[in-house]
Design a protein around this ligand. Sequence first.
Ligand code: HEM
Length: 121
Amino acid sequence: MELSFYERIGQENIKQLIAYFYEEVKENAILRPMYPGDMEAAEQRLSMFMVQYLGGPATYSERRGHPRLRMRHMSFPIDEQARDEWLGCMRKALDKVKMDEESRNFLWKYFSQTADFLRNR
Ligand code: HEM
């Protein structure tokens, strides 16, 4: 039977990816002001969301309800620059985490399409 991306990448690597991503966000002058004080909680939310999206436990929806990503991002000014900065941070994180190339390409395509979908300015 085919493995899910969750099983192929593994929970620890998904968590590591999001940890690296938030390390980049903390240093980013465009993105950092958008994020609330508690970056650890934000990191945990995105990590739970990605675990669920990739086929792992649905802990995100159990705790936060339906993702409704576009609605949850409406209060953040996401223009082309913010989208590109977010993707820039994720690209750096993605290149640091150990995973097979098909998984890395799948994630990059998903992040690129979703980041553009979340543009709201
Ligand atoms: C395009 C640029 C983006 C910007 C500027 C942005 C910004 C933010 C900010 C400021 C938060 C609040 C942090 C928190 O309190 O959790 C957030 C939450 C979140 N973002 Fe984004 N985001 C972007 C793209 C994305 C993408 C592409 C995804 C999915 C792959 C995503 C998934 C999430 C999730 C799951 C949360 C937590 C929502 C919740 O449960 O409250 N974001 N984002």
